[in-house]
Design a protein around this ligand. Structure first.
Ligand SMILES: NC(=O)CCC(=O)C(=O)O
Length: 305
C-alpha cells in the first residue's frame, strides 16, 4: 500500500524533442544539457517557466541494441538509500542532476543505457531529479521493444537489454507522476497500476518509428489517458533520417479526456503544456469509470480465468 498522492495542483510541463543525437556521447550530453536549460528558461522568457522538463528515450546514445553495451553507464541507485548524484559513476546522471539544480526544475532525464554494476545486465533506464538535483526515481524499461514487421522494421532490444521488473513513480509538490518507457505504453496494465497507485499524470520518454508511429503513437497515448482518466505525455527524439533508427517525433501531451494539449512536429522542438487538475476531476465525475470497475469479475485476468 503506497502513501496517498500529493494534492494535485496546476503545473507546467515542457517536453524537449531533442535533436542532434549522434555517435559522439560527450556532444549528446552537452546538447541535452543546453536544451534542458533552454526549456527551463521558457526559451529565454518566450514561454512561462515550466515546473518539470522531460527528455526523450536514449538521449546519450544512438538508438540500437548494438550501441547499448558501448554507451552504457553504471548508475548504482537503490531506492531509499542515500545517493549523491553529483558524484554518480554515470556522467549522464551527473549532468542531469547538475542541470536540474542549475535550472531549478524537476527533470525526467529521458533514458540512457544502464549497466548494472553487480550482474553486468544492461537496462534502458529513465532517471528523475528534483530541483535540488537529487536523484529521486528511476525506471528500467519493463517491456522490451522486440518486434518484427517484415519489410518494415525489425528491432530486438532483448539482444542486449534486460527488462526491468519494478513499477515506478515519484511525488512532487504538485502531482504524483508515473513512469514508463516507450514500448511500455502498449501494456495497459502498467498504466492502470500507476493510475491506481494515485498517479495523476504518466510521462513516458519514447521513440516510436515511421511504421508504428503514424498508426499507434497517438492512439496508444489517448487510450492510456482516457482509460485511466489521467494526463499522459510521451517525449520523443527529433527525427534524423541519417541515423540508423528513424524516430517518429510528435512528442505530445494529452488530458484525461484524451484531448491534445500540445504536440510537436518531427524536428527539434520544445513543447509546453499547462496541467489543470480540474480537468481530471471533471472527467472522473462526469464519466465515473474509476469507481465503476468490476474487479470482482475480472480480478483473475492475470491467470486468464
Ligand atoms: N523505443 C520503443 O520502444 C519503440 C516502440 C515502438 O515503436 C512501438 O511501436 O511500440
Amino acid at each position: 500500500m503506497s502513501t496517498p498522492p500529493p494534492t494535485f495542483k496546476p503545473f507546467r510541463l515542457a517536453l524537449v524533442q531533442l535533436g542532434e543525437i549522434g555517435s559522439d556521447k560527450a556532444a549528446n550530453i552537452k546538447h541535452a544539457h543546453d536544451m534542458i536549460l533552454k526549456a527551463a528558461s521558457g526559451e529565454n522568457g518566450a514561454h512561462p517557466k515550466p515546473d518539470i522538463v522531460v527528455l526523450p528515450e536514449v538521449f546519450n546514445s544512438p538508438y540500437g541494441h548494438q550501441y547499448f553495451p558501448i554507451y552504457a553507464e553504471p548508475i548504482d541507485y537503490k531506492p531509499g538509500e542515500a545517493y549523491d548524484a553529483a558524484a554518480s559513476p554515470s556522467e549522464s546522471v551527473r549532468m542531469l542532476s547538475g542541470a536540474a539544480k542549475e535550472a531549478g526544475v524537476w527533470l525526467i532525464g529521458g533514458s540512457i543505457p544502464e549497466r548494472d554494476s553487480k550482474d553486468g545486465n544492461l537496462y534502458n533506464t529513465a532517471t528523475v531529479y528534483s530541483p535540488e538535483g537529487r536523484l529521486v526515481a528511476t525506471h528500467r524499461k519493463m517491456h522490451l521493444f522486440d518486434i518484427d514487421i517484415p519489410g518494415k522494421i525489425t528491432f530486438t532490444e532483448s539482444t542486449t537489454l534486460t527488462g526491468g521488473s519494478d513499477i515506478n513513480f515519484f511525488d512532487t509538490e504538485f502531482a504524483r507522476i508515473g513512469l514508463g518507457i516507450c514500448y511500455d505504453v502498449r501494456f495497459p496494465e502498467l498504466a492502470m497500476i500507476l493510475a491506481r497507485k494515485g498517479c495523476q499524470m504518466l510521462i513516458f520518454p519514447g521513440a516510436f518509428n515511421l511504421t508504428t508511429g503514424p498508426l499507434h503513437w497517438e492512439l496508444l497515448q489517448r487510450a492510456r489517458a482516457v482509460d485511466n482518466q489521467v494526463f499522459f505525455a510521451m517525449c520523443s527524439p527529433a527525427r534524423d533520417m541519417t541515423a540508423g533508427y528513424h524516430a517518429w517525433g510528435h512528442s505530445m501531451v494529452l488530458d484525461p479526456m484524451a484531448r491534445t494539449l500540445a504536440e510537436a512536429g518531427h524536428d527539434e522542438e520544445i513543447i509546453y503544456a499547462d496541467i489543470d487538475p480540474q480537468v481530471m476531476h471533471d472527467a472522473r465525475v462526469g464519466i465515473p469509470v474509476t469507481t465503476q470497475r468490476r474487479f470482482d469479475v475480472y480480478r483473475n485476468v492475470a491467470e486468464g480465468f
